[in-house]
Each structure stands twice: as C-alpha cells, then as structure tokens.
Design a protein around this ligand. Structure first.
Ligand code: FAD
Length: 748
C-alpha cells in the first residue's frame, strides 16, 4: 500500500510539474493551447515528458544545437525547458527532478563561454556538500576543438564537478571535435539521447522499479571512440571536415525519392562531367536522400518605408569603446606572401587597462560592396533604407523562439546586413534545407537537397565547408533561389567581433595599444567567383590603406602616423586572460611565436625592458624567443625591435627560422625551417628552463598546424632529455599546463 502510494505521489509530482510547464507555455502561446492543456491533463498518457536543456555558448553553436534539440523534442514525446546557463533565475538544479542535458562549448585556453562562467564558478564552490546534486540525473554534450589545448574543457569541468557533487549520468558524455567535424559525435549522441531521456524520466517517476545501473549501461557507448571509427570511414571517402548539422534519425528524416521526376519530366537532364557545387554525379545524383526536417520558421519580417533609426556604427556593448587609430605600420614588404599590419590605438582617457598578453575584440562591419550585392541578389535595392520590422510568428513551432537581441529595433536593412549578421558564415545544412523551399528550378532544388542530405555530406564538406562558401555565393550559384529576408535573420548568426592580441606594453607606450594582423585572403575559386579578404582584416586594411598607399614607394616597412582625420574603431578588452608574464622576474621563459604570433611577446619584452630599467639590480630569468617567417627580407616582423632587445639583454636568445629561404637554397639544407625545428636544436636549453628551473613555456599563433607541431616536439624533447617514455612525457606536459606554466594563445 505504502509502495503504491509512494509511486502515485511520484506520478502525481511528475504530472504536476508537467502540468505547470504546459500551463506556462499554453498561457504564453494561445487560447487553443489552453484547450489542449485541459485535454492533456485528463489524458495523462498524452502528457509530454519534461527535461531541462541548458547551454553555454560563446559563438552560438552550442545554443543552436540546444535549440534544435528542443525543437525536435516534441517528435519524441518530450518537452524541453531550454535555458542559457547564465539565466540562473529560470532554472533550479538544486530541486530539479527531471533529467538535465548540458550542451556547452569551450573557448580560449579551455575556458567556459562567457555565459557559462558564473554557473561554473557556482558549482566549483568548495563549500558545497558532497551530495549537493545527488538527486540530479544529467548528460553532457561537450563541444571543442582538438587543435586547441584543453579539448572540451568546459564540458569536462561541469561533468567532473557534477560527479563530485553526487549527480549521476543518465547518458554518456559526448565530446564533439570541431577539428574533424562536430557532427561525427553529435549525430549519434543525439540519436541516442531521446531514449535515454525517456528512460531517465521513467526512472525518476518510479524510483526503485528499475535497475538503474543496467538501464544506464545501455547508453554507455564511448562516443569519442565512435567518432574515431566514423573518422576512419570518412577518411577513405575523402570527406573533409563537416560543420554541425542536426538530422533526424533516418526513420524520421524526410525522404527525397531516388529519381527526381520533376527533373526527368520537365527539363532535359544536363550531361554532367564533373561534380561541382551545382552539379552532382552518380551515385549521389541517383540516390534517395535523407534530408533534415524543415526548420520551423519563427519570424515575420517586413520592410517599412518609415523613418528608421539613424545608426552608423556597430551594435555596442557596455565594455566596447570607440578609439582612434593613431599610427599604422606595414610590417612586411610588398612582395611578401601575406601582408602584416600593425595598428596603434589611442586609448588615452579610456578605461582600458591592459597587460601584455591580453587580447581584445574589434567590432567590424561586413564589406559594403558585398552587402550591396546581397541586397541586389535579394531584389531589395529599393528598400535598403527601409525600416526592418521584426515580430515572432504567433504560430511558430520553434521552441524558445525569440527576436534576435543583436538586431536593434527600427534599424534599416542596410544596417542589419552591415553590422548585425555574419553574412560570410558558411551556411549550415539546416539553412540549405530551408533554402530548398525558396528555389523554383527543379535541378537546383535537387542539388540543394543533396547538399543538405546525409548522403551528400562529402559534397557539402568539399564544396561548401572547406571552400568557405557563403550565402551570397550560394545565391549566385542557384539563381532560382529567392529566400525571404526572414530566412536570413533566422539562419545567419550574429556578426562576431574579431579578437587580437595586444602587441605592446602600456609601460612602454602609455595611452596606446598596439596590435598586428595579417590580411586574410580568400582566393577566387569555382565556388567563389571573386577573391575576398577577411571581414575584419579586409575592413581594417581598407580603413588605413589611403595612408599606407601614400608611402608605398618606400622600401621596407611603411610607417605612417595618422594626423588629419583619425579613423575610429570600436574595441573592448576580453576578460579572464591567463596568458601573462610570470610575476616573479627571476623565472625564465621560452616564447614561441611565428608570424603574427610574435605579437604578445613584443608586449612581454617591452614590459621586461622597462622592468630592467626600473630594477637595475634585479635578478631576471632567461628569455628565449623562437620566431619564424617565410623570408628574412620580406616578413621578419619587428626585426629591429627584437634585435634591440637582444642587444640590451632583455632577450637572452632570439632563434629565427625562415621557411622559404631554406627551400630556395639561400641557406644550407640543415637550417631549421620552422620554429619546432629550432626548438629541437635547442632541446637541452629548453628542457633545462622548463623542467629544472621551473620556467614558463608560451606559444602564440596558428592553432591548426604550428601549435600541434610545437607540442609534439616538446614531447620529443622531454622524452630525450628526461629519458622517459612518451606517455610519461605527455603527463609532464599535462602537469605543466595544470600549473599554468605551458600557456597558449592560439587561433585558426
Ligand atoms: P574572416 O572573414 O573571419 O575569415 C577567417 C576565416 O577564414 C578563418 O576561419 C580561417 O580559417 C579562414 N580562412 C582564412 N584564409 C582562408 C582562405 N584563403 N580560404 C579559405 N578560408 C580561409 N589574428 C591576428 O592576425 N593577430 C592576432 O594578434 C590575433 N590574436 C587573436 C587572439 C585571439 C584570442 C583569437 C581568438 C584570435 C586572434 N586572431 C589574431 C585571429 C583573428 O581574431 C581573426 O580570426 C583573423 O584576423 C581573421 O579575421 P577576419 O575577419 O579578417 O577573417
């Protein structure tokens, strides 16, 4: 009797919480839903089972996955309470009785995304009792990139801490790697999570009735291993890296039949000789396709010929400030492969205290001519100065639909596309799926279906992801595709600021902040008919180009102090940086920074130079810098300044490698080509500094190749110098990272 009563109480609790949930959402949506609510209550079998879905997202990817998961929940008889981790007032894990799913990305050197920082800090509180989350059943999907150190660190931190506080997994943790394609792990993880949530809900409603351990063991597939297998299979197919797409399970995915009868009947089949963005070959062109379900539209957008908000700059946050560019220096010769530019910002009078090693964000607009071209392609030229009116569709099936907060009320179409949306972003498969509906020509429709289908993943990777195709490229390649503006706002992510490392010390340059960047170039290719430059670096170089051009006859670096009208940009310091000089001046350090990766080390050395002047009797540790570039005469950044640091003793050793000079025979064949080769040549000294003298090891620059190669060489050095095996060496490196003596500031 007691048992039955207890069971009933649990069932009642479950329905009560579901009831409250349904009540909240129905009141919010419509009176029709209120009717549904009554029906739902008297027919308990129909009650959707609730779970909590929390995300922490830096660039919107984890959020997008969480939103898609939430949208798919209904198909599985579930309803998700979806919240950002920062909205602590909206969820309460202390009392949560439903399963909780965390989807979190990792940023910087393993840090949580900004909107998860406070949550992570809260659960890390050492005073929390061991059983604090003993009632909690949860699962984690961690996003990361193995090109960076501390892969999936935020997910691992949350996971580890929840375990310490007594919470239980109801499903194994997924570690998705952007370095090889997030979907390799995400797709199977999502396929399995629905059953796991349902089981967990059932267990929590009727505790003791099921063997929870055996139930859980059904879901303990190691998804990292699964990723490895998938990867091996993919590599055989020459599949590149896929961006995230969420697809239905095959059984539920929409099926596009084998032969597209529209194509066959209506128009003659083109003879295709080569596969391309717009053309496919058998077997894909003849196979049945599993395409993702159509993302539910959620915005009504109109363009009104009414006075719009006169906005001219970026959408600003409190910590962004407008500063002037007081100096520009082209650090490379005109014949260098990449052009590197140093900008000096005048931050005097601004509240921007920074230290060497800090990085900051630059708010940048999309390229003006590209925006105009997009407006033309959308056939909206006449309305570019019209006011954009946004509202949520009352009938939307999208859960947690909201107006994009980064679109200011009453802005113009031109402003929207210039400052709010990342128009260069690579369209995700869900976006392609939505574009299918706006395409009239049958062959184009079919090709878009292929590109977003499960079967077309290799083509998607090859022709869209790997070539960085953007929406405009697609619209030009598929001329019968005419999406409404609402679709762009629904699918294009927020235009992100770009980060740069400070390349100065405020002790050396009071009131000034320097940074260095390479102008990113996207050459023209069959998928992208015109060459383009990076959004931010292209814009910055245009801003300063009139000044640089006037001096272009000069040989060597071009330096210009801006006087007439100072170009202005908006910047903001990035919080929470660990890439700092050791506080103890006597601690030695090794710095590795090829190309623009040298930027923070210029700041470090300027600071050290000052400190040496201020403390003439001080004890200073050795400083080693490994720099690399292509050609000694063309792109040896900061050469004079670095040589001065060596001359005055600030820099103990400067080791430089030239990758192209060596191959052109200007140096002997044994010359080190890359920074890692130079590190190997000085293995003894590096090992001594790091292991005997407890020094610091800093790496800055390219995440994709250099940082990995340097790490591998460091393992080799430790193996050789400590006479240990590789595993032991890797442990030593892990300890260095743990002690914050191996620090990276890397980007791709
Ligand atoms: P975007 O338009 O954003 O394009 C860049 C993207 O295109 C990248 O994903 C890149 O992989 C890809 N890409 C580049 N070239 C090609 C090509 N030819 N074909 C196809 N794809 C390509 N950068 C610096 O130069 N100096 C710094 O000091 C610096 N510090 C940073 C510090 C931090 C903490 C971080 C996160 C990044 C830093 N970066 C730095 C990188 C910087 O933020 C930008 O990513 C970079 O300047 C490019 O911005 P963009 O808008 O011009 O390029």
């Amino acid at each position: 009797m007691n048992l039955r009563l207890r069971g009933l109480t649990h069932v009642f609790r479950l329905y009560r919480s579901t009831l409250l949930h349904v009540l909240q959402s129905t009141i919010y949506y419509s009176s029709w839903s209120l009717h549904a609510f009554t029906w739902t209550y008297v027919m308990p079998c129909e009650v959707k089972r609730r779970f909590v879905l929390l995300y922490g997202s830096q660039r919107g990817q984890a959020q997008a996955i969480a939103e898609e998961l939430s949208d798919q929940a209904a198909e599985h008889g579930l309803v998700a309470d979806l919240f950002c981790l920062s909205k602590k007032e909206k969820y309460n894990l202390e009392k949560e009785t439903a399963p909780v799913v965390f989807i979190v990305s990792t940023t910087g050197d393993g840090e949580p995304p900004d909107n998860a920082l406070s949550f992570v800090k809260t659960i890390k509180n050492k005073s929390l009792p061991r059983d604090y989350f003993a009632h909690l059943n949860y699962a984690v999907l961690a996003l990361g990139d193995t090109n960076y150190a501390n892969f999936c660190n935020c997910g691992k931190t949350i996971d580890g801490r929840l375990q310490e506080l007594g919470a239980k997994h109801f499903y194994s943790t997924g570690y998705a790697d952007d370095g090889v394609g997030l979907e390799i792990v995400i797709d199977p993880w999502i396929e399995g999570v629905w059953e796991a949530i349902k089981k967990s809900v059932a267990e929590m409603a009727t505790p003791g009735q099921q063997d929870t351990d055996s139930a859980r063991s059904l879901h303990t597939t190691d998804l990292t291993a699964a990723a490895g297998q998938e990867n091996t299979r993919a590599s055989g197919l020459d599949v590149g890296v896929a961006s995230l797409t969420l697809k239905d399970k095959p059984a539920q995915a929409s099926e596009v039949p084998k032969s597209t009868s529209e194509v066959e009947k209506g128009e003659p089949k083109p003879v295709v000789l080569e596969v391309s963005l717009t053309q496919s070959l058998p077997p894909l062109s003849e196979s049945a396709l599993n395409v993702p379900s159509l993302p539910p539209p959620f915005l009504n957008v109109s363009l009104e010929d009414a006075p719009a908000q006169e906005l001219s700059g970026p959408v600003r946050l409190d910590h962004h400030q407008e500063v002037s560019i007081s100096k520009t220096v082209q650090l490379t010769r005109d014949d260098a492969v990449k052009t590197a530019i140093m900008l000096e910002l005048d931050i005097s009078g601004k509240d921007m205290p920074y230290q060497p090693g800090d990085s900051f964000d630059v708010l940048c607009p999309n390229d003006a001519s590209e925006v105009l071209k997009l407006i033309q392609t959308l056939r909206l030229e006449q309305q570019s100065h019209h006011r954009v009116q946004l509202e949520l569709r009352k009938d939307t099936k999208k859960k947690a639909a909201q107006l994009p907060p980064y679109v200011p009320v009453g802005c113009t179409l031109l402003y929207l596309l210039t400052w709010c949306l990342e128009i260069r972003s690579v369209p995700k498969k869900a976006f392609l799926r939505a574009l299918v509906e706006c395409t009239s020509a049958a062959p184009e429709k079919r090709r878009l279906q292929e590109l977003c289908s499960k079967q077309g993943t290799a083509d998607y990777n090859r022709f869209i992801r790997d070539t960085s195709v953007c929406l405009l490229d697609l619209l030009l390649a598929f001329p019968s595709c005419h999406p409404p503006l609402s679709l762009l706002i629904e699918h294009l992510p927020k235009l992100q600021p770009r980060s740069y490392s400070a390349a100065s010390s405020s002790q050396r340059h009071p009131g000034k902040l320097h940074f260095v960047f390479n102008i990113v170039q996207f050459p023209a290719c069959p998928e992208r008919l015109v060459a383009r430059r990076g959004v931010c670096t292209g814009w910055l170089s245009s801003l300063v180009s009139p000044i640089l051009q006037s001096d272009s006859a000069m040989q060597g670096p071009v330096e210009t102090t801006v006087s007439a009208s100072l170009p202005m940009i908006h910047v903001g310091l990035r919080p929470g940086n660990a890439f700092r000089l050791p506080s103890d001046l006597s601690v030695p350090m090794v710095m590795v920074g090829p190309g623009t990766g040298v930027a923070p080390f210029i700041g470090f050395l300027q600071q050290r130079e000052k400190e040496r002047v201020n403390h003439p009797d001080g004890c200073f540790g050795e400083t080693w810098l490994f720099f690399g570039c292509r050609h000694k005469d063309r792109d040896f950044l900061f050469r004079e300044e670095l040589e001065r640091f060596v001359d005055n003793g600030t820099l103990t050793c400067l080791k430089v490698s030239f990758s192209r000079d060596a191959s052109e025979g200007a140096q002997s064949q044994s010359s080190p080509r890359y920074v890692q080769h130079n590190l190997l040549l000085h293995a003894k000294e590096v090992a001594n500094i790091l292991l005997k003298e407890k020094g610091y090891f800093y790496v800055c620059g390219d995440a994709k190749n250099m940082a990995k190669d340097v790490n591998d060489v460091l393992v080799d050095i430790i193996v050789a110098e400590m006479e240990v095996d590789k595993l032991e060496a890797m442990k030593t490196i892990a300890n260095l990272r743990e002690e914050k003596r191996y620090l990276q500031d890397i980007w791709s």
